[in-house]
Design a protein around this ligand. Structure first.
Ligand code: AMP
Length: 308
């Protein structure tokens, strides 16, 4: 079975959308990535840090889905990372109201020995030095390293981020971040510039407008499924990345064709994530539902046109 190592936050999230608000609930990039990846026949493990205040049930929810949590450091007397966000009416944009790093501020990731030979490494959105440390601890170069990052790290830790980007195979970022990274407005030009920086594959996420995959002269588009109801977009990007990483770990094959399927799997899983607050939908997701929606994806983009 393919092995996937995930590094990222496990968090208390507090969310406000036009449809309601939550108290402190389970969140974090590694949580969403892990739950999405658990839909595939793989071995997965999370490297993260939490405080003693995180209810044991939260970590149990991950362990019950066969996600290895031996790399999750529980800091005695420490507090778990806390993030609060409020979505605007269109749900496309949000304001971060509170970010308390707590134990994540001094996070020194330790990769468990049995994950040092992982086939795929998914570097969730974190300080680039944490991502570099995880890469340095691997026994050998993984078959595939996927990076998720954001504008905050471009603004504050440019040099460190460049060191990460040089060493990875796939980057997932949103359209504005791709423009910021390259100073190119055209996403085609931006993707070409990013490939010159290191990654062979560039995935540009466009929220409810889907995602683009770039590799050399090839381009592929995965739509987002038009949904009747979007409730809470939190974690959609991480779920997308987790679906991509989980699929590629199971497929054991890295090519433009397998990445095409990977971003469809990611879009498909993200379409479930947004249907309920936080992790609720991902915690109650059956394989049959996932497969059924994959067929809807196929129908959405398949057409037969006769060239005359
Ligand atoms: P997404 O909606 O996919 O962008 O990811 C939302 C998740 O990212 C939430 O569950 C947050 O806990 C987590 N998050 C937000 N800010 C940070 C940060 N600075 N570092 C790590 N994780 C974060």
């Amino acid at each position: 079975m393919g092995k996937l190592l995930i590094v990222g936050s496990i968090a208390f999230d507090e969310i406000e959308t036009p449809f309601g608000k939550t108290g402190k609930i389970l969140g974090g990039a590694a949580t969403f990535i892990g739950l999405a990846a658990s839909q595939f026949r793989i071995e997965s493990g999370i490297v993260s840090v939490v405080g003693e205040d995180l209810p044991k049930e939260y970590l149990d929810l991950l362990a019950e889905r066969d996600i290895d949590i031996s790399g999750v450091d529980i800091v005695k007397g420490g507090k778990t990372f806390y993030w609060k966000g409020r979505y605007h009416n269109d749900l496309n944009s949000r304001d971060t109201l509170i970010t308390e790093l707590n134990t994540l501020g001094e996070f020194n990731p330790i990769v468990p020995n049995h994950f040092k030979d992982a086939d795929v490494v998914m570097l969730g959105n974190l300080h680039p030095n944490i991502q570099l440390s995880v890469m340095d601890q691997m026994d050998k170069r993984p078959k595939l390293t996927i990076l998720d990052t954001m504008n905050f790290w471009m603004n504050n830790t440019w040099d460190e981020l460049m060191k990460v980007i040089e060493r990875i195979d796939v980057i997932t970022i949103n359209d504005e971040e791709a423009r910021q990274l390259t100073e190119e407005y055209s996403l085609v030009k931006a993707a070409a510039k990013i490939q010159e920086m290191g990654p062979k594959y560039v995935v540009i996420k466009k929220g409810e407008h889907g995602a683009l995959l770039f590799h050399k002269e090839h381009i592929f588009f995965a739509p987002a499924l038009p949904l009747e109801e979007v409730f809470d977009p939190t974690g959609a990007g991480d779920t997308f990345a987790g679906g991509l990483a989980g699929y590629l770990t199971e497929a054991r094959n890295v090519s433009f064709e397998s990445l095409k399927n990977g971003i469809i799997q990611g879009s498909n899983l993200a379409s479930f994530c947004v249907e309920k607050f936080g992790t609720e939908r991902m915690l109650n997701l059956e394989k049959s539902e996932v497969n059924h929606r994959l067929i809807q994806f196929k129908d959405l983009v398949q057409f037969n046109i006769e060239l005359t």
